[in-house]
Design a protein around this ligand. Structure first.
Ligand code: HEM
Length: 416
């Protein structure tokens, strides 16, 4: 439930951010020498306000999810974190753009909005390089989206010759911007996937869906440029057709934005790279491994790492090993054993966890556990945390851990 609402807020936030920053940039680069297009100013203002409100609502959602107690740990987890920094940039940037929409300083607000994409998310947590490429990618996408809005509105208000001039400018500048968008998209994808593409995995499939939808956009752009634009000056009907095509472009953008919100909320690029490292492309998607009672304890607000437990049963006639674990909730998931050394409990990182054929291994407090670090969201009782386990023989197994209150320390049957 939490993730569905968060994904919806994300999609609305993306659309508002691209509209607010995009219309400001596109007006600055396209409308030189042309009379202001007042209706796009209204659109920019609305988008800025919606972005700011969505950022507040997202902060409130996290606050409620962490118990809504207002303790310093909760407030720190929200405001003194990359998420807090990104939301802050969006709140300020959105309001700035709304207030100064008509003036050149609106561009500063657009910069804040676009900078937020380099602070939080898969790309931001992967390193500086992907932070930079994703900001370039989103900047180019915003200009394209904003430019289409400007054209749509101008198509209704500008005289024919001025409109034809504006469309010509848009199409020249768009050639450069679209190349930048695709180059930055491919670079970000390659870095996140560590330069290997396995199209059967969910994350790369999400990216391929975006690529296909972007291909649709480019097709429409080609028709606009080669067929409709040259006829603008001579055929009034061409203008009507062009406005319909622009509306179709904007709809495709909405599809891409929804796909992006889904990919960044539910899927992980790390699942793809873990599976590729372990099986060099030969891994199977299903295998006869049984999982019982996958669960995780809720985390106290200040904790930076989480743990996960379950029983793994190997029904295969051969021994197997759990070799990699990943989750879209965390930057890394590692395997650990708890061992007693000189009567002190210590943790040891394991490269792999052997599961004998016909046997089982119990991950529970005091024996083995999965450790989640670089968490995007802390575990709260009632959450469902998706996890992908990769076995040497059985391939990939997807499980969902149920988060229980902190008091639960043992598996059912072991409880006293
Ligand atoms: C007009 C088309 C596109 C739009 C509007 C668009 C929009 C976006 C947005 C808003 C983000 C930011 C996500 C975030 O950090 O929260 C993003 C990220 C990304 N985009 Fe695109 N995109 C487009 C095309 C593409 C294409 C064609 C690809 C490549 C196949 C691509 C690959 C990526 C990747 C890899 C990320 C990082 C995702 C992550 O952090 O997991 N995008 N895009």
């Amino acid at each position: 439930m939490f993730h569905t609402v968060a994904a919806l807020f994300k999609a609305v936030g993306y659309a508002a951010a691209l509209t607010a920053a995009g219309t400001v940039m596109a007006r600055a680069s396209l409308a030189r020498g042309l009379p202001a297009v007042p209706t796009t100013l209204g659109l920019t203002r609305w988008a800025g306000v919606v972005l700011s409100v969505t950022a507040w609502a997202t902060a409130l959602l996290f606050f409620l999810r962490l118990g809504g107690d207002g303790s310093s740990a909760t407030l720190k987890a929200i405001f003194l974190s990359p998420l807090g920094a990104a939301l802050g940039l969006q709140m300020i940037g959105g309001l700035w753009v709304a207030v100064y929409a008509k003036r050149a300083v609106a561009l500063a607000g657009a910069l804040l909005i676009l900078g937020a994409f380099g602070v939080v998310g898969h790309s931001a947590s992967h390193g500086l390089q992907t932070s930079v490429t994703v900001v370039l990618h989103v900047t180019a996408a915003a200009w394209w989206f904003g430019g289409l809005w400007v054209l749509l509105v101008a198509g209704r208000t500008l005289p024919a010759d001025r409109f034809a001039d504006l469309v010509g400018r848009f199409s020249r500048q768009a050639m450069v911007v679209v190349c930048l968008l695709l180059a930055a998209a491919l670079m970000t994808s390659a870095l996140l996937l560590e330069f290997r593409l396995v199209p059967t995995l969910a994350y790369p499939r999400g990216l391929l869906t975006k690529l296909a939808l972007t291909g649709g956009l480019l097709m429409l752009a080609g028709i606009n440029k080669l067929i409709l634009t040259p006829r603008l000056a001579v055929r009034p009907k061409a203008r009507v057709w062009l406005r319909w095509m622009i509306a179709a472009d904007l709809l495709l953008f909405v599809g891409i934005i929804a796909t992006t919100a889904y990919v960044t909320t539910y899927l992980s690029p790390h699942a793809a790279s873990a599976a590729m490292h372990t099986h060099q492309g030969q891994f199977q998607v299903e295998g006869p491994i049984g999982i019982a009672d996958p669960w995780a304890p809720a985390m106290p607000g200040s904790a930076a790492t989480g743990a996960g437990y379950m029983v793994i049963v190997n029904n295969q006639p051969v021994d197997d090993r759990l070799v990699a674990v990943s989750s879209p909730w965390a930057e890394r998931v590692t395997l650990h054993a708890s061992i007693m050394e000189d009567e002190i409990a210590r943790m040891r990182r394991l490269e792999a966890l052997p599961i004998p054929h016909g046997g089982r291994v119990v991950l529970e407090p005091g024996t083995f556990h999965l450790m989640f670090s670089g968490l995007y969201a802390p575990f709260v009782a009632g959450d469902s945390v998706p996890v992908t386990l990769t076995f040497e023989q059985a391939g990939r197994v997807d499980v969902v851990l149920t988060v229980h209150p902190l008091t639960r320390q043992r598996l059912p049957g072991h409880e006293h």
